[in-house]
Design a protein around this ligand. Structure first.
Ligand code: FSO
Ligand code: SF4
Length: 527
């Protein structure tokens, strides 16, 4: 196998051999490559032939399926490949029987990318991993009935580009286009979430689990949470968010369910420890599923594109009865059980999306003008297992008291239970939401730049980002598309960025790896 799409890739260069660091087997990796090759064939088939809504949904679903920690199940991967082939057969029925096949719509062999010249491989990887991430966001928006033709059409274009022999100069603009289109996609998802569930409001979320039956729901899909809350109301079952589901507590429509009680656990990489023997079922709605341990394998449920061999999958009918029955059977804790965050805090805050922050924009601008706020830091992104990720906790702890920290995604669990106090009536630490809510951070940055009559790069704002999987790739490309300079990225740079591509990013965007909290803070603040 060869896979280097995520940050924990073996030796910071690539997972090879029988299994990846994430636990993906070489057989699964081969099927994921086969699926991606089939998607490229389907996209190319649609170049001169009409596609339907179904075709697009299949492309998006197929791309989402191959994101790190989503699908470990060879059976469902084979079904997905068959679905892509059937759709291609529908789009180009004559190809299969053509007497002189041109090969144009054939499944693509991904080895052609993995074994290509390192710069071509790097740029094609940026495109592929970027659209995998974007597909997850498009999927969540589509579940709520929101789609965008520019976003949809780009999946076909980008996949087709992967299947052609192209030069660096042809591929580089497409890399940046991923960022441009992903901005539209995140805006679409923001609209889908806020129009469906209301504008997030700052909300305190307890970390204590009350006695009695409960369900843990993890992943990013707010609609699944809504359906689960509906089906569990009046059943004596509480619901706790986990990982990237935490920001759900801030949405008015979800807040109104009194049995949405709090948050359980921290970021995805701690799940095998945190779920060990937990007296409750866990429902996975998106990525961040780790290989399931024996101690909780009877209580793992998956839905949507998430799949793991032998785990109960909740299908399109969204009947959560098996999860509910398991919660009642396990019964939860006998007494209220106190948990804390990584730093010992008993509750966390979320809900500082663009609606909230911009509603106090005047207060923020005044605080900057008066000197009360010296600097903004966006410390956001994914968490992961690498020891160097402690950097982010230390960085936040060492930021000066006259600075504000905006955060988002699951990396925040390293510091979101810290009490950092307030400045001018605003909390110093503001959680803007999930990784896709990077859109909120962008909106706030652009609004501040407008208020000060300068560019985003001239604001007293620094981005200190952590990455893990492919959604982080599309977000990074969006920031580059917006011309954001001086991003600090860690804990390590992506293995799929070749030296030449890195040199380009450094020259044009001054992107740099994180070093130490002390040195980076000194450089940023110039003190
Ligand atoms: Fe984290 Fe996982 Fe949201 Fe990622 S939960 S690592 S970037 O999937 O998507 O932040
Ligand atoms: Fe390795 Fe990451 Fe690929 Fe898993 S997803 S095989 S850990 S590079």
């Amino acid at each position: 196998m060869f896979c280097f799409q995520c940050e924990q890739t073996a030796g910071c260069s690539g997972c090879t051999g029988n299994a990846g660091v994430c636990g993906k087997s070489s057989a699964t990796a081969a099927l994921q490559d086969e699926l991606t090759g089939a998607l490229i064939g389907l996209a190319k088939a649609c170049g001169n032939n009409p596609r339907t809504e179904d075709t697009t949904h299949i492309l998006i679903e197929g791309l989402f399926t191959t994101i790190t920690n989503v699908n470990f199940n060879d059976e469902t991967l084979r079904e997905m490949i068959a679905k892509v082939h059937a759709e291609k057969e529908r789009v180009v029925p004559n190809c299969a029987t053509c007497a002189s096949p041109c090969g144009n719509t054939s499944d693509y062999d991904m080895k052609e990318i993995w074994e290509a010249d390192e710069d071509i491989r790097s740029l094609k990887s940026l495109i592929l991993f970027g659209i995998r991430g974007m597909a997850a966001y498009a999927y969540h928006a589509a579940v709520l009935g929101y789609e965008d033709e520019t976003v949809n059409a780009f999946f076909y274009k980008a996949l087709s580009f992967l299947g052609f022999d192209l030069e660096m100069g042809d591929l580089l603009p497409v890399v940046l286009e991923v960022g441009e289109v992903n901005l539209k996609c995140m805006e679409l998802l923001d609209r889908a979430n806020t129009e469906t569930f209301g504008n997030p409001k700052p909300t305190k979320v307890p970390l204590t689990v009350e006695k009695g039956p409960f369900i843990i729901i993890t992943g990013h899909d707010l609609y699944d949470l809504k359906l689960l809350l509906e089906q569990t109301k009046d059943k004596g079952i509480n619901v706790y968010t986990h990982g990237e589901m935490l920001p759900a507590h801030a949405y008015p429509l979800l807040k109104q369910y009194p049995h949405l009680k709090g948050n359980f656990g921290t970021a995805w990489q701690n799940q095998q420890k945190e779920f060990d023997g937990v007296p409750a079922p866990i429902l996975y709605t998106t990525n961040c599923l780790m290989p399931v341990k024996e101690s909780y394998r009877d209580r793992v449920f998956t839905t949507e594109v998430v799949s793991y061999p032998q785990m109960v999958h909740i299908g399109a009918d969204k009947d959560f009865t098996p999860v509910i029955e398991k919660a009642l059977e396990l019964g939860g804790y006998k007494e209220d059980t106190e948990f804390t965050g990584i730093n010992g805090g008993k509750e966390v805050m979320t809900g500082f999306a663009h609606g909230t922050v911009l509603s106090v924009a005047d207060q923020v601008v005044d605080a900057v003008k008066s000197g009360a706020i010296r600097h903004f830091f966006l410390v956001g992104g994914c968490d992961g297992a690498r020891p160097g990720r402690n950097y982010y906790t230390e960085f936040v702890k060492q930021t000066p008291k006259d600075s504000v920290i905006l955060t988002l995604a699951c990396g925040k669990y390293r510091f979101n239970d810290l009490d950092l106090g307030e400045i001018s009536g605003l909390p110093r630490l503001m959680d803007m939401g999930q990784c896709n809510d990077a859109y909120s951070a962008i909106k706030v940055a652009v609004a501040l730049a407008e208020a000060f009559g300068c560019s985003v790069n001239e604001l007293p704002l620094s981005m200190v980002l952590s990455w893990y999987e492919q959604k982080a790739v599309c977000i990074l490309l969006t920031l580059l598309h917006l011309g954001i300079q001086n991003i600090k990225l860690g804990p390590t740079l992506p293995a799929f960025i070749s030296p030449n591509v890195l040199a380009y990013l450094v020259e044009h965007y001054h992107i740099a790896p994180i070093t130490t909290p002390e040195a980076d803070l000194k450089e940023i603040l110039g003190a």
